[in-house]
Design a protein around this ligand. Structure first.
Ligand SMILES: Cc1cc2nc3c(=O)[nH]c(=O)nc-3n(C[C@H](O)[C@H](O)[C@H](O)COP(=O)(O)OP(=O)(O)OC[C@H]3O[C@@H](n4cnc5c(N)ncnc54)[C@H](O)[C@@H]3O)c2cc1C
Length: 816
């Protein structure tokens, strides 16, 4: 292997479509000294046998943007490289067999309109006209995406590799990376092995594009890459005479997709209980391998398929294919730099959409590596959302048996995974369960989402309309608005920043004034250089050199990574203390009365004003009471060490019950926060949303001196806002908002809802969303002078719009 260099700028590990796309896009950006190493042959892992469906509408605007980019790229690659990618814009049809599914696909069609994807809604007869081979018995509706297509996956990868080589990238087959080397917390290169030969390439960056091998390779360096292979099936028929090019057809209610392929019909499956694979490792020889047939496993799908597509009954089966593919705990792939090791980048775990995703993902990752920041919000696929425990292989094996099928399951709002549950629990879990809690899962945490009434079924009944917990949520919501409610928010991420330079460091990373008296709680954002929001948090100054940060549970790893990335030589320690304390928000006008029963401390406005944290005696224990609120009411978040949590909870509940205290869940917390227009990170605010446009300028203090993002804030103040975050209330109390519903201003779609829930006190569904200004800095009166509507599954609903929170606009209630 004398032709392998000893030094490179970046080594890409893996020559599937992912690695080839990353190489192509880095080369396109002008990078030189790119080396891609493939242990066997290009595409010999999963890529060669993919079905090649390229659907452009994904679950969010930016994922759709990436998929659309892939389709455009695959169309033009042939002209550039001379290699045909086989991309054909045959369109796709998805049909619904149930009323619930119909609502889902109509909501998807609305979303397509918001994301500028061409879409047609179809009646069953129109489905039949477009797809005559199909038996439309039971079909209640369809959606047609004319720009969707299909392609030849292996050729796309080979064309990308050819394009990368033409720009100077070195792509070498039959070379296995045996390890990534590191020193002082950053990558230094890779060790490789090839036919008895071995060596080292020094490099500052590696990209793990190792597909289903990626997890174990990452684990060698302590990097968390939670994915697990599953068996994935399709059949291809014998040649069917006169079978012409058809749109791709998806029948998710029967877990099936159909694709015409060179005069044959392919039927692929997303069965509800999948078969994890590779538990005993992957054979060293694996190269273009197939897995054994499992006809019994496939048969239920085939049976429905024969009914749906009668031609399958006559055509013989030419190929029964079973191949492994990587799946992740949340069905989303991973992109970005691993928080554990600088220079260790990842593009893997594609959940059966690696062909449609890799073009865009390669482009986005290359830009991210080039600029040091993602080109736009990629949080939903960001590797920093992975939790360290998720590398546990038993957890992964159990979870992926479900995630494969979830791709075609109805994506009901609030749908919770059913497998691999219960890994992270609050010390109060059993207490809450005994009181009727129904749990959901976030970042592995079990969280009480709502409380069932005595005798009520303790399970979700999912629907696109009101679900079975709607009235429970209303009761909990109104308890916090008019009485008092107790939550358990132990899943909050908690970080201590301590040390001589703690204040200076916090001033640099946070946009608000951190030089406050000990005990003061500050709501703030950490900004990036573009003024985008990296983190939305509260910071309590515990002492001169000690700060306590509270962040969303799901963003903890990301926030730790951001802090560590910017700490430099500052004399501070950054410590994750999440598990050490339980958080009990006690919220509502009667919160003070309840506390008076369990604590001798003074909770008056004078003794304990809003925005302050105080140590308190409570029951027979000790806690910290933070006077803040995420629901917009008088209240305290009680932070209590885990060992005393049960005692303190019992004390509060015992004292509170005579005063009408109600246990509340996360659904009620969310419906309260949206009435107050409090922003939710990941939905309403992300790293591409400017803090001023998000309406959070009140928490930015440019006069305090320099901090990350200050220049971008000053610039935006000069330029004027390009868009404004607004709150909407549907005037018809019936329809529900979740997210991604199109927002119409004066009759034209201008954007979409970023988060939605029901405003039980305001009497209608509430949504948040950005409205583009017609001219920079457009006046509030002009924005509010327009009429607004929201498209809910194709129905245009009138909406009231506001820039200030509709509930308690002057924020008087929390300070009462
Ligand atoms: C039956 C089936 C149907 C599918 N249909 C579709 C579809 O219609 N549309 C779609 O978008 N997606 C589809 N997919 C998914 C798609 O095939 C994958 O998501 C995609 O191919 C993953 O690409 P990758 O580059 O991440 O992984 P791979 O193609 O597996 O590439 C990883 C490469 O890394 C190499 N490697 C691993 N470790 C090392 C090492 N240490 N050193 C050097 N090299 C290493 C491996 O040899 C391998 O070649 C399908 C998958 C299956 C199984």
């Amino acid at each position: 292997m004398t032709d392998l260099p000893t030094k490179a700028r970046v080594v890409i590990i893996g020559g599937g479509i992912s690695g080839c796309s990353v190489a192509y896009h880095l080369a396109e950006l002008g990078w030189i000294d790119i080396v891609l190493l493939e242990r066997k042959q290009l595409t010999s892992g999963t890529t060669w046998h993919a079905a090649g469906l390229v659907g452009q509408l994904r679950a969010s605007q930016n994922m759709t943007r990436l998929a659309k980019y892939s389709a455009d790229l695959y169309t033009r690659l042939e002209a550039e490289t001379g290699l045909a990618t086989g991309f054909r814009q045959c369109g796709s049809i998805t049909v619904a067999l149930t009323e619930e599914r119909k609502e889902e696909i109509l909501r998807q069609a609305s979303m397509a309109r918001a994301f500028d994807v061409e879409v047609n809604e179809l009646s069953p007869d129109e489905v039949k006209a477009l797809y005559p081979h199909m038996n439309i018995d039971g079909v209640v509706a369809g959606v047609h995406l004319p720009k969707d297509g299909q392609a030849d996956p292996a050729n796309i990868a080979l064309a990308l590799a050819k394009g990368a080589r033409a720009r100077g990238a070195k792509i070498v087959e039959q070379v296995k990376v045996t390890g990534v080397t590191e020193a002082n917390g950053r990558v230094t290169g890779v060790n490789w092995q090839s036919a008895g030969d071995e060596g080292h390439i020094a490099a500052d960056m590696v990209v793990n594009c190792g597909g289903m091998w990626g997890r174990d390779l990452a684990a060698q360096n302590g990097v968390t890459l939670p994915l697990h292979a599953c068996e994935h099936f399709y059949i291809v028929t014998e040649n069917i005479p006169d079978l012409a090019q058809m749109p791709v057809l998806r029948v998710p209610d029967e877990c099936a997709y159909y694709k015409e392929d060179a005069g044959k019909m392919m039927l692929g499956a997303f069965e509800p209980v999948a078969k994890p694979w590779g538990m005993n490792g992957i054979s060293e020889d694996f190269c273009f391998d197939q897995l054994p047939e499992d006809f019994d496993h496939f048969e239920p799908i085939l049976e429905m398929g024969v009914n749906r597509m009668p031609m399958l009954a006559e055509a013989g089966i030419h190929t029964f294919f079973n191949g492994p593919e990587s799946f992740t705990p949340d069905d989303r792939y991973y992109l970005g730099e691993a928080p554990e090791l600088k220079g260790y980048w990842i593009a893997a775990g594609y959940n059966s959409v690696g062909i449609v995703s890799s073009g865009g993902a390669g482009m986005a990752l290359a830009q991210w590596m080039n600029d040091g920041e993602p080109p736009f919000d990629l949080w939903e696929i960001d590797i920093r959302r992975a939790q360290p425990f998720q590398k546990n292989r038993r957890y992964l094996r159990e979870r992926v048996s479900e995630t494969l099928g979830l791709l075609y399951a109805d994506h009901f709002p609030y749908r919770q995974p059913e497998t691999a549950r219960g890994v992270r629990r609050s010390p109060l879990h059993e207490h809450l369960k005994a009181k009727g809690a129904v749990f959901g899962e976030t970042a592995g945490w079990e969280r009480a989402n709502w409380f069932a009434d005595p005798g009520q079924e303790r399970e979700y009944r999912y629907s696109w309309k009101r679900q079975n917990w709607f009235d429970n949520q209303r009761a909990e919501h109104m308890a916090m608005r008019t009485g008092v409610g107790l939550l358990d928010m132990t899943s909050f991420g908690k970080i201590r920043v301590d040390g001589r330079d703690a204040l200076a460091f916090m001033q640099t990373v946070c946009a608000n004034q951190m030089d406050v008296d000990p005990g003061r709680i500050v709501y703030t954002q950490m900004l990036n250089a573009r003024g985008g929001i990296e983190c939305d948090l509260t910071v309590t100054r515990l002492a001169e050199n000690s700060f306590f940060l509270v962040v969303p549970g799901a963003t903890l790893q990301r926030d730790l990574a951001w802090l560590r990335r910017h700490v430099g030589d500052a004399a501070v320690t950054i410590l994750d203390v999440t598990a050490s304390e339980v958080v009990l928000p006690l919220m509502g006008p009667k919160a003070r009365d309840v506390l008076a029963q369990v604590s001798p401390n003074d909770f008056s406005n004078e003794a304990h004003p809003f925005g302050m944290a105080r140590e308190i005696e409570i029951g027979m224990g000790l806690a910290r009471a933070h006077r803040v609120t995420y629901v917009g009411e008088l209240g305290w978040e009680i932070y209590v060490s885990s060992d005393q949590a049960a005692h303190v909870w019992e004390s509060i509940v015992e004292a509170g019950e005579p005063l009408g205290l109600k246990l509340c869940g996360l659904h009620a917390m969310d419906s309260c926060r949206i009435e107050k227009a409090f922003r939710h990170f990941g939905h309403d605010i992300t790293d591409e949303d400017h803090v001023l446009e998000a309406g959070l300028g009140f928490a930015v203090k440019t006069k305090k001196g320099d901090f990350i993002g200050r220049d971008a804030v000053l610039r935006k103040r000069e330029e004027g806002l390009g868009r404004r975050m607004m709150q909407f209330r549907l005037k018809d109390p019936e329809p529900l908002l979740f997210h991604n519903e199109p927002i119409l201003r004066d009759g034209k779609i201008v954007s979409f809802v970023t988060s939605g829930n029901y405003g039980h006190a305001l009497g209608g569904a509430i949504g948040m969303g950005y409205v583009p200004c017609r001219t920079p800095g457009e006046k509030a009166d002009d924005l509010l002078g327009s009429t607004y509507q929201i498209d809910v599954a194709g129905r245009i609903v009138e909406a009231e719009a506001s820039l200030a929170p509709m509930y308690d606009p002057k924020s008087e209630r929390p300070k009462a």
